[in-house]
Write a protein that binds this ligand. Structure first.
Ligand code: BTN
Length: 263
C-alpha cells in the first residue's frame, strides 16, 4: 500500500498551499504528490482498483512515462508543467464516458483563461491551445462494468514554464509563460484548475451534459473549421447533445465523430 497522505506530503514540498486547501468540494479528499512518477494515470488506476474514492487526486513534478492520446508520449521538463490525474466515478452509461474528457477541457480552459487572461481555446476533442499552439492536453481513460462506467481517470497536462519543445511534435506547442511573457507560479494555476474541475463536475452530476456542451461550444476553436480525422473529412458544425462532433462532409451529409475514452 502507498504511504498515507500526511507522509506523502511531509516528504514533498510540492504544492503545500493546495494541500492545505483540499478537499475542494468533491476533489482531493485523497491527494498524492510525487516528485517523480511514471505516469499519474497509472498511479490513479492502481488507487482506483484498490477502491479509492471519487475525487482522488494525484499530481507530479515530473513523469518518466507520461502518455498522451493516440499512444503518443507526453514529455515534460521537470518542475515546469502541471501534471495531474483525477479519479471520477460518475453513474453514467459506458457510451457517455467521452463526455468527461470534454468536461475536463472546458474546466481547464475556463480555469486557465481566468487565471492568465489568455484566450485558451479547445480543439476537438480536448486539446487546449493559445493562438493556434497547443498548451495542454487531456487524456481520459474509462473503465466499465457491463454497460455502466465504473471509473474514469481524467489526466491533464499543461505546459506552464517550458521555453523549449521537442522538434518532432504533432502540432506546434507553447507554454503559458511564453504566451504571457513571464514565468508563472504553478500553484495558483493548479488551485484554479482543481476548483474549476470541481465546479464543472458538480454541475455535470446535477444537470447532465448540457452546460458542458455549451461551455465547449463557447471555447471551441474547431467549430466552423475543416476537420480531417477518425475517417471523417468535412467542416465541424456543432457538438451533438451527447458530445459527438457533428461534421458536414463535402457531399453534404452530416456525420458524427465520437471522442474515445476507453483504454
Ligand atoms: C494529449 O494531449 O495527448 C493528452 C496529454 C495528457 C497528459 C497528462 S499529464 C498527466 C497525465 N498523466 C499522463 O501520463 N498523461 C496525462
Amino acid at each position: 500500500m502507498r504511504p498515507a497522505l500526511a507522509e506523502t506530503l511531509a516528504r514533498s514540498s510540492l504544492f503545500p498551499r493546495l494541500a492545505a486547501r483540499l478537499p475542494i468540494g468533491r476533489v482531493g479528499k485523497v491527494f498524492y504528490a510525487f516528485e517523480t512518477t511514471g505516469s499519474t494515470q497509472d498511479e490513479i488506476r492502481r488507487l482506483a482498483e484498490a477502491g479509492a474514492p471519487e475525487g482522488t487526486l494525484v499530481v507530479a513534478d515530473h513523469q518518466t512515462r507520461g502518455r498522451g492520446r493516440q499512444g503518443r508520449a507526453w514529455l515534460d521538463e521537470p518542475g515546469s508543467s502541471l501534471l495531474l490525474s483525477l479519479l471520477l466515478r460518475p453513474e453514467i452509461p459506458a457510451g457517455t464516458a467521452p463526455q468527461l474528457s470534454l468536461l475536463a477541457a472546458v474546466a481547464s480552459a475556463d480555469a486557465l483563461t481566468g487565471a492568465t487572461a489568455l484566450p485558451v481555446g479547445i480543439r476537438w476533442p480536448n486539446d487546449l491551445e493559445v493562438r493556434a499552439r497547443k498548451v495542454g492536453g487531456i487524456l481520459a481513460e474509462a473503465s466499465a462494468t457491463g454497460e455502466q462506467v465504473s471509473h474514469v481517470v481524467v489526466g491533464i497536462g499543461i505546459n506552464v514554464n517550458q521555453t523549449r519543445f521537442p522538434a518532432a511534435l504533432a502540432r506546434p506547442a507553447t507554454s503559458l509563460a511564453l504566451e504571457v511573457g513571464r514565468p508563472l507560479d504553478r500553484e495558483p494555476l493548479l488551485e484554479a484548475l482543481v476548483a474549476s474541475l470541481d465546479r464543472w463536475y458538480t454541475r455535470y452530476v446535477r444537470e447532465g451534459f448540457a452546460p458542458v456542451r455549451e461551455g465547449w461550444c463557447q471555447a471551441s476553436v474547431t467549430l466552423g473549421q475543416p476537420v480531417d480525422g477518425g475517417g471523417v473529412t468535412g467542416t465541424a458544425e456543432d457538438l451533438d447533445v451527447d458530445g459527438a462532433l457533428l461534421v458536414r462532409t463535402a457531399a453534404g451529409a452530416r456525420t458524427r465523430l465520437v471522442a474515445g475514452a476507453f483504454r
